[in-house]
Design a protein around this ligand. Structure first.
Ligand code: SF4
Ligand code: SF4
Length: 164
């Protein structure tokens, strides 16, 4: 029997050596930078992610009725560089291990990650403001006590006056 036939028979008996992807799942390498996930509840709207985004994939803008801020990320433009996650102070934005990025061309503008931050009113002067997430206090203070917790509900101006 020729060596070619031997190899062919051996491979036929052994079965495929590769993963069945895309007809089945495959393994996810550790540290894979996949689709980006955004958590509006932890976001402080600092816009750092928008600023550092290598692909210009992120936009944060006030909605027409001025009730809050809309976050939008175009996965088609994302370079999966991870800079947004790295610089986000509260880890409100992070890259997941989800590698399923295949989509139809006609869906490219719908292939987005969206979020909405609804303004709340300052507890002292009622000025609309971005709510301050607990995640930020945890980054800024070793221990979040009752006094610090109260600051969450004040706008920057009232916080400044209270501190003075
Ligand atoms: S991973 Fe990079 S390119 Fe993608 S949204 Fe974040 S900063 Fe932008
Ligand atoms: S996701 Fe993070 S970096 Fe982007 S605006 Fe929110 S807090 Fe800032």
């Amino acid at each position: 029997m020729s060596s070619f036939l031997k190899i062919a028979i051996r491979n036929l008996l052994k079965g495929p050596s590769t993963d069945p992807y895309p007809f089945g799942e495959t393994f996810v390498p550790k540290g894979l930078r996949g689709k980006v996930k955004y958590n509006a509840k932890a976001c402080v709207a600092c816009r750092m992610c928008e600023h550092v985004c290598a692909g210009g994939a992120i936009q944060i803008r006030e909605v027409a009725d001025k009730s809050g801020l809309e976050f939008i990320l175009w996965h088609n433009t994302c370079a999966f560089c991870g800079l947004c996650e790295h610089y986000c102070p509260t880890k409100a934005i992070r890259l997941t291990e989800d590698y399923h990025t295949v989509h139809r061309q006609e869906d490219k503008y719908r292939y987005v990650e969206k979020g909405f931050i609804k303004y709340v009113n300052c507890a002292r002067c009622a000025t609309p403001m971005v709510p301050i997430p607990l995640e930020l206090l945890n980054v800024a203070y070793d221990q979040v006590n009752e006094d610090i917790e109260k600051l969450r509900h004040l706008c920057p101006k009232c916080r400044q006056e209270r501190a003075l």
